[in-house]
Design a protein around this ligand. Structure first.
Ligand SMILES: Nc1ncnc2c1ncn2[C@@H]1O[C@H](COP(=O)(O)OP(=O)(O)OP(=O)(O)O)[C@@H](O)[C@H]1O
Ligand SMILES: [Mg+2]
Length: 209
C-alpha cells in the first residue's frame, strides 16, 4: 500500500532525478525545442518539494505538487504535468493506495494531459511514454486483483522507457518540435524522457511500500 509519506518520497526522488538530469533534458530540448526543459522541470520540482510537508493526505500532497509545478515550471510542460498531478489527486483514495488505485490515478493523470494538450500517441510527446506505462499498470491490475506493487511499478517504468525510446524516429506533431516537421526525426522527445523519470522514480521509491 502507498501512503502519503510514500508519495512524498516519490516526489523527492523525482525531483532529485530531474536535478541530476537537468543538463541532459535541456540538451534533448535544444535540437527540437528551445533548450529549456531541464531548467523548467527543475524549477517546478523544487517548488513541488517545498510544498510537500504542508499536505496530510495523498490527494492533498498531489495537489500541492500540481500547484508547485503550475506556478513555477512554465513552458508547455508546466501546465501539462500540473494537470497530470491534479487529475491523479482526484482519483486518490483517502488513505492507503493499492496497485489498482495507482493504475486508476495514473490513467486519470494521462487523460488530463491529453485533454489539455490534445496529443495522441505517435505525436512525439510525453504522451508516448505515459501511455504504455499506464497500460502496463492497468494490465497488471487486471491480471491480479492485488498485484505486488514493486513488480508492477518496475514493469510500468520499463514500458515508459520503451515509449520514450520509440519517440526517436517519430515526426513531432505537437509543441515547438512540430515546427521542424520531418527534421524532428532522430531526436528523443524531452517530455517523454522526463515522464520516464517520473515512472522510474515510482519504481525506485515505492518498492518498499
Ligand atoms: N500538446 C502537448 N501535449 C503533450 N505534451 C506536450 C505538448 N506540447 C509539448 N509537450 C511536451 O512538452 C515538452 C517540452 O516541454 P518544455 O518544458 O520544453 O516546454 P516548452 O519549451 O514550452 O515546450 P514546447 O517547446 O514543446 O512548446 C515536449 O518535449 C513534449 O513532450
Ligand atoms: Mg522547451
Amino acid at each position: 500500500m502507498i501512503s502519503t509519506e510514500d508519495i512524498r518520497r516519490w516526489i523527492r526522488s523525482y525531483a532529485d532525478r530531474i536535478a541530476e538530469q537537468k543538463a541532459y533534458l535541456t540538451k534533448l530540448d535544444s535540437p527540437i525545442g528551445d533548450g529549456d526543459h531541464g531548467q523548467n522541470m527543475n524549477r517546478g520540482m523544487q517548488a513541488a518539494v517545498a510544498a510537500l510537508e504542508d499536505a496530510a493526505t495523498p490527494a492533498a500532497t498531489l495537489q500541492a505538487v500540481a500547484m508547485g509545478l503550475i506556478s513555477k515550471t512554465g513552458g508547455a510542460s508546466g501546465p501539462l504535468y500540473g494537470t497530470f498531478f491534479l487529475e491523479a489527486a482526484k482519483q486518490a483514495p483517502a488513505d492507503a493506495i493499492d496497485g489498482a488505485d495507482w493504475a486508476a490515478m495514473m490513467r486519470a493523470g494521462l487523460d488530463g494531459v491529453q485533454r489539455r494538450g490534445n496529443a495522441q500517441p505517435g505525436d512525439k510527446t510525453m504522451v508516448d511514454a505515459l501511455t504504455p506505462g499506464v497500460e502496463a499498470l492497468e494490465q497488471a491490475a487486471q491480471d491480479s486483483p492485488s498485484p505486488a506493487l514493486p513488480d508492477i511499478l518496475q514493469a510500468a517504468a520499463d514500458a515508459t522507457r520503451e515509449g520514450m525510446e520509440a519517440t526517436v524516429p517519430m515526426v513531432a506533431r505537437k509543441g515547438r518540435a512540430s515546427y521542424l516537421g520531418e527534421r524532428s526525426k532522430g531526436h528523443q522527445d524531452p517530455g517523454a524522457t522526463s515522464s520516464y523519470y517520473l515512472f522510474q522514480a515510482a519504481a525506485d521509491s515505492l518498492t518498499s511500500a
